[in-house]
Structure formats: C-alpha cells, structure tokens
Design a protein around this ligand. Structure first.
Ligand SMILES: C=C(O[C@@H]1C=C(C(=O)O)C=C[C@H]1O)C(=O)O
Length: 273
C-alpha cells in the first residue's frame, strides 16, 4: 500500500523515487553568492513592473484566495514539467512538499552533498507579500488600454505576482545550498550545534553582515537603475516613483535575507537526518 508521504512525494517529485535520487554536489560559497546575485536583476525587474500596475486591494481579499488559485493552476503545469523535482530548488506554494532525504549507510551524504530537508518558507513569503508589499503597490495608472475604458487587468497582475513569488521563493531556497557549503567548510563546528539543536548559535555561525550589506547595496543600485530606465522608456511617473521603488526593494531584500537565513538554519538542523 502507498503511504500518505509516498503519495505526496509522487505528487511533487514524479522524476525520482526517494531511493533513486542523484547525489548533487553543491558549489562553493563564492559561487553560490554569484548565483544569488544573478537573481537580483530578475526580482527587481519584476518588482518594478508590478509596482507600476494599478490593482485594487480587493484582488487580494480573503487572504489572497484568488492569487493562490492562480498559483495552483500554474504550479500544476510546472509540476508536470518537472519544475519542482529533486534538486531544482523550486518549491510550490500550493502543492504538497517534497519528502526529505534520509541518511543511511548506502547514502551517507558526505559534506558538500545536497541533503533535501523538505522545508520551505513559502507561506511566510506569501503572507509577507500580501500584507507588507501589496499595500505599497498603489499607483493609479495602468499600462493597459482597453476600448471599454476599463484599466484593470487582474490576470496580468496575478501573473506578475506569481512570477515574483516564484523568484523570491527560489532565491530563499538557494539558502539550502549556501548552508551546505558552509557546513562542508566547518563540519566539526556545526555538528556539535546540530546535536544540541542550538539554532541560535547556528544562526550566528551562518550570518555574515558584510555580505548582507553588499546584497542590500546591490539591490538599491538596481532599483535606481530600473526606475530611471522606466522613465527613460516613456513611463509617466509621479516624483515619488524613485523613492517608492527603493522602499519596496529594500523591504523585500531585508525580508529575503531573513528568510534565506531561516532556511539555512532549518537545513543545518536537519542535515544529519
Ligand atoms: C546567503 C548567505 O547567508 C546569509 C544570508 C545572506 C543573504 O540572504 O543574502 C547574506 C549573508 C548571510 O548572512 C551568504 O552568506 O551568502
């Protein structure tokens, strides 16, 4: 008989049975940081687009039920294409989670090898997006021209929301790889903290505020670039546009760093499972 957890594994990861998953070595910390910085452009670009679409808060009533439904439809298609398969570091908002890896004699997960913990912060990211960012998307103008005089486009708005949510989920999930590279570089230091489940000191060991400042700085520079490019491209913007985009960008990246770090901590706590 198939158990509940096997069913849900099949649901999200139809590509590999848990016992036949490949061993994935992770890149070095320097390489992962480059990978993370590659995502800043796409995230801030989508954020700029979304920031510039008029959309009433009523689109998001009932805790974003309609947006979740939109995501569910998209994710079912993505799942069929293997989007959430093992090692993709993409985790759905609406489908069942991937099952965690279990270490055994035949599968020792030597340091430097990815070890899935099945954890996501997608619910937290969705709530943050809905309650902290959406209220700041308050432009009144719409880029759409409809002959019936309507200006709203719910579907296009949800499409941008979905892309943005998927990008920030992916960005924070790369925290798992960051954590593996840090673990591989300090197995002894982390192992004792894992054994005592000392999440506070695990977080201290994972945190690098110099790197965080560099990420925030790059995000801020990107936001300035996108707002000027938008105006150069012909958008008629109020004088508050540049600062408004800076504000949402900095809120988003502060949250992303915190969530990425949460994901790193969880990954380490479950590393020896
Ligand atoms: C991702 C890392 O871990 C933590 C999270 C960071 C981030 O989300 O950008 C940056 C520095 C660290 O505090 C890292 O060290 O690069």
């Amino acid at each position: 008989a198939t158990t509940r957890s096997e069913e849900s594994t099949q649901a999200t990861d139809s590509f590999y049975h848990p016992t036949q998953r490949p061993n994935f070595p992770v890149p070095t910390l320097i390489q992962v940081r480059t990978i993370l910085s590659q995502l800043e452009g796409p995230i801030i670009s989508k954020l700029t687009e979304r920031f510039n679409i008029a959309a009433p808060l009523s689109f998001y009533s009932n805790n974003g039920a309609k947006l979740l439904q939109y995501l569910k439809t998209q994710e079912s298609i993505g799942q069929a294409d293997g989007r959430y398969s093992y090692g993709k570091l993409e985790y759905p908002f609406t489908l069942s989670p991937i099952s965690p890896d279990v270490t055994s004699k035949s599968k020792p997960f030597t340091p430097g090898t990815f070890h899935e913990d099945g954890f996501t912060e997608n619910q937290k990211l969705f709530k943050f997006y809905l309650t902290q960012l959406v209220p700041l998307f308050s432009v009144q103008t719409s880029p759409f021209f409809h002959l019936d005089n309507s200006t709203l486009n719910e579907d296009a708005t949800f499409n941008l929301d979905a892309t943005l949510l998927q990008l920030i989920s992916h960005r924070s999930s790369i925290g798992k790889v960051v954590a593996e590279s840090k673990y591989a570089a300090n197995v002894t230091g982390f192992t004792s903290l894992i054994k005592t489940k000392d999440s506070t000191n695990i977080r201290v060991l994972l945190t690098n505020t110099t790197q965080e400042d560099a990420v925030m700085q790059q995000a801020s520079t990107a936001a300035s670039g996108f707002s000027s490019a938008w105006v150069t491209a012909g958008a008629s913007e109020p004088p508050s546009f540049g600062n408004g985009l800076q504000n949402v960008t900095s809120k988003l990246f502060r949250e992303l760093i915190d969530v990425t770090t949460d994901i790193e901590v969880q990954y380490i706590l479950n590393r020896l499972h």
